[in-house]
Design a protein around this ligand. Structure first.
Ligand SMILES: Nc1ncnc2c1ncn2[C@@H]1O[C@H](COP(=O)(O)OP(=O)(O)OP(=O)(O)O)[C@@H](O)[C@H]1O
Ligand SMILES: [Mg+2]
Length: 441
């Protein structure tokens, strides 16, 4: 800008000097005329440039025309700054868009509220968790949409406390509010359904374990107190009591064993892939079943496959043996328990235990593998059950990528089947040939 500025000043000084010389040499009027003429031309030019500038200030979409000298410099600077501003603006717009897009996709719900708790904006997760609808709910008071007295009073607080609230589709939500400038607020909605479920499960589990332990422990303590008070115990009665004490202690031991097994199954992520001869295992299970039944049931073995499986022999034995012992225990005397091993259509194989027992009503079936779930508590306890057997079976099978299928008809009996996928099956050729005829054990 410097040279143009000095040039203009120089021209003005030159003009004034010329007017002075002409005034001195001729007449003041000639000097004045020259001065006026000399100023009028640049003034007209300045006015034109000023007008152009005014137009541009009013409407920045028109381009500033090329100008000379000082004006050219001013125009160029203005245009440069305007361009830089426009770019900075576009950049911050793009950044804001990106932030908005990210906020829209956040897994947590976000709701922006104005000072009166009217909804300014919310993201997709808030829509799903709180059941908001974009078109309908923008501008609405949030307390009209989230209808809960606890929510309304929490919203009025600013102490940073958390609120737990039931959400859409039986979800459990945690809400937090963040204060923003101009009394606006941001609500952050976090879905804690899974956490709440696990917590409830943990509480149930502890309650169940305590409950299961309480009865035998109470019985044991009762007998011990009675013994302490006895002066001359009757030997026959004493023997009976000792037997009862033994049964209750055995029950505690079984419960602890099962709990430890479950804990181990959960903690241990490595599953061995040892070859298991299922036919041999099934034969030994038949003997176990006969021992448990004491001759009150007929135990049948049907080996229709010579395949083996890859897995943990100990775990698979424990799972199958649970199914067999259930079948014997929940089948009245005279019933039949059938153990079957066969290939299935998908290249997998299935081990099933069918009984002709009392059967299970359909509503109980999905819950049978829950810990401590029994259809008939008294009945299961009377037969020595802890209610953990099928939970262990489910865990073991899951670890082997297998699943448990339960079919049952009340009054007719049940079939519990462990279904193994092809990748766990060792084809027949690599083990011994199948026993072709169903073998009654
Ligand atoms: N074959 C069956 N026929 C009828 N009911 C069964 C059969 N198997 C299991 N059930 C029902 O399912 C419930 C859960 O079985 P689960 O094996 O988990 O526990 P449990 O047999 O009671 O005790 P545990 O096996 O730990 O000693 C049983 O209490 C029983 O009510
Ligand atoms: Mg059982």
């Amino acid at each position: 800008m410097q040279p143009s500025w000095w040039q203009t000043l120089g021209a003005l000084l030159g003009l004034s000097l010329l007017a002075l010389i002409l005034t001195l040499a001729f007449d003041a009027r000639v000097g004045l005329l020259i001065l006026v003429l000399g100023l009028a031309l640049p003034l007209a030019r300045h006015l034109r440039y000023l007008r152009q500038l005014q137009r541009w200030v009013e409407d920045k979409s028109v381009e500033l025309p090329a100008a000379e000298g000082l004006w050219g410099e001013v125009y160029r600077r203005l245009q440069q700054e305007f361009q830089a501003q426009r770019e900075a603006h576009a950049r911050s717009r793009a950044e804001a868009q990106q932030m908005l897009q990210a906020a829209r996709l956040l897994p947590d719900g976000v709701v922006m509220l104005d000072a009166q708790n009217r909804i300014l904006w919310f993201n997709q997760a808030a829509q799903d968790l709180l059941g908001l609808q974009e078109r309908r709910d923008l501008g609405q008071f949030i307390t009209y949409l989230v209808r809960s007295a606890a929510f309304a009073s929490w919203l009025a607080k600013t102490d940073g406390s958390l609120l737990t609230l039931p959400g859409q589709d039986n979800r459990t939500l945690n809400l937090r509010q963040v204060a923003l400038p101009q009394s606006q607020k941001m609500l952050i909605v976090h879905d804690i359904t899974e956490l709440a479920r696990v917590d409830a499960m943990r509480r149930d589990f502890v309650a169940n374990v305590s409950h299961e332990l309480r009865t035998p422990v109470t019985v044991i303590v009762g007998f011990l107190e009675a013994f302490a008070d006895m002066e001359q115990p009757d030997p026959e009665q004493f023997k009976n009591h000792i037997q009862l004490l033994r049964e209750q202690s055995e029950r505690i031991r079984r419960l602890l064993d099962d709990l430890l097994t479950l804990a181990r199954l959960e903690a241990d992520t490595e599953v061995p892939a040892e070859a298991i001869d299922v036919a041999a295992l099934a034969r030994s299970l038949v003997q176990e079943a006969e021992g448990l039944s004491g001759g009150r049931h007929r135990i049948v073995l049907e080996l229709q496959s010579a395949a083996g499986i890859k897995g943990s022999p100990k775990e698979i034995h424990s799972a199958f043996s649970n199914l067999v012992s259930n079948a014997v225990r929940y089948t009245p005397p005279g019933g039949v328990v059938t153990l079957r091993w066969r290939d299935n259509a998908n290249g997998g194989a299935e081990f099933s235990v069918t009984d002709t027992g009392e059967g299970i009503e359909a509503q109980h079936i999905p819950r049978l593998t829950e810990r401590f779930y029994r259809v008939d508590r008294g009945r299961s306890r009377a037969t020595g059950g802890t209610g953990l057997g099928l939970a262990i079976v489910k865990h073991v099978l899951q670890r082997h990528q297998a699943r448990l299928r339960i079919e049952s008809t009340v009054g007719k009996g049940s079939t519990f089947t462990a279904v193994f996928p092809a990748e766990r099956v060792i084809p027949a050729a690599s083990t011994r040939p199948p026993a072709s005829v169903p073998a009654a054990a």
